[in-house]
Design a protein around this ligand. Structure first.
Ligand SMILES: Nc1ncnc2c1ncn2[C@@H]1O[C@H](COP(=O)(O)OP(=O)(O)O)[C@@H](O)[C@H]1O
Ligand SMILES: [Mg+2]
Length: 294
């Protein structure tokens, strides 16, 4: 196992990516022991996740692991039953979404979040409802600068767009309010392979370089890890691995790790310097069936 990202086989240059074991930047978003769900037994069962200033952090894990549920709880759409969510030192646990947006938290849900009857430009304007009117045009230009694919769509009605295009509009809409932390739930779903690569390697990187911190949930796990500084593997509502993304990418058993097939016990003591197996899920033997890792 490589001891630094530079030793691994697929170690792209991520500006600011910490070497294994290196300290992470100060937390911009801190999720501490969060328990949440839909009123029945908790789905997210004591999850702690951190996103440092300027970091891109990816959460991977099998379907049904609780990734979307976790983002909804952070974004104030589901009640946090216990634990805490902290945004740049302010406790934002169970705050209303309007207030969260004002404090600088952006959220793009997994399912569509655009207004069908409106054009793309109008959708962006809605996202920028807090931007002073005279600055709205300039902000739209900044957002289309970050997401060039939106440029050609401005006059189109959202209802007429493909699933992937709608997803881009949803990301653009969230960007309008200049979030300090952006939660993205599978932003590449519905996009072609080329568009997905573009969104991850160009747009989300540009976004991060513009100063936002990004918490990403992605099925295209390899591409997401390649642009990420840190990664968490979520299985059965718990974090089973917290490690530098480069370290996860370098693992020969990567496929099993993604699919939640590996418990912390099987991982053994942390190798390298940064990998931190965290509390195995007690029901790991019931891990979901294998799926394709991309
Ligand atoms: N709206 C809902 N109401 C009740 N249970 C839900 C709802 N959405 C998801 N769940 C449950 O939460 C679990 C985790 O779902 P989810 O967070 O969407 O997983 P992931 O995003 O990791 O695929 C699922 O197994 C599902 O049973
Ligand atoms: Mg999901």
């Amino acid at each position: 196992m490589p001891t630094s990202p530079a030793d691994g086989p697929a170690q792209p240059d991520v500006p600011g990516r910490p070497a294994a074991g290196q300290d992470r930047p100060a937390a911009m978003l801190s999720v501490r022991d969060v328990v949440s769900g839909y009123g029945g037994p908790p789905i997210v069962r004591g999850v702690s996740v951190q996103v440092g200033a300027g970091e891109i952090v990816t959460i991977v894990g099998p379907n049904g692991a609780g990734k979307s549920t976790l983002l909804k709880a952070i974004a104030g759409l589901l009640r946090v039953e216990s634990g805490q969510v902290v945004l740049d030192r302010a406790d934002i646990t169970n705050q209303r979404t309007n207030r969260l947006a004002r404090l600088g938290l952006g959220y793009v849900p997994q399912s569509n979040d655009v207004f069908d009857p409106l054009t793309v430009r109008e959708n962006l304007e809605v996202g920028g409802y807090r931007v002073p009117r005279p600055q709205l045009g300039a902000r739209i230009d900044e957002v289309t600068g970050l997401l060039p694919a939106l440029g050609g769509l401005m006059g189109r009605r959202a209802a007429k767009l493909s699933g992937g295009e709608r997803k881009m509009v949803a990301v653009g809409r969230a960007l309008m309010s200049q979030p300090r932390v952006l939660l993205l739930d599978e932003p590449t779903s519905g996009l072609s392979a080329d568009r997905s690569t573009q969104l991850l390697t160009r747009d989300i990187r540009a976004l991060s370089e513009s100063g936002a911190s990004v918490l990403l949930v992605e099925q295209k796990a390899l591409a997401a890890l390649e642009i990420s500084h840190w990664a968490y593997v979520l299985a059965l509502g718990r974090v089973i691995i917290s490690a530098p993304a480069a370290e996860l990418l370098a693992r020969p058993d990567l496929g099993d790790v993604f699919l939640g097939q590996i418990t912390a016990q099987e991982l053994g003591p942390p190798q390298g310097t940064g990998a931190t197996p965290v509390g195995p899920p007690p029901e790991a033997s019931q891990a979901p069936a294998r799926g394709a890792m991309t």
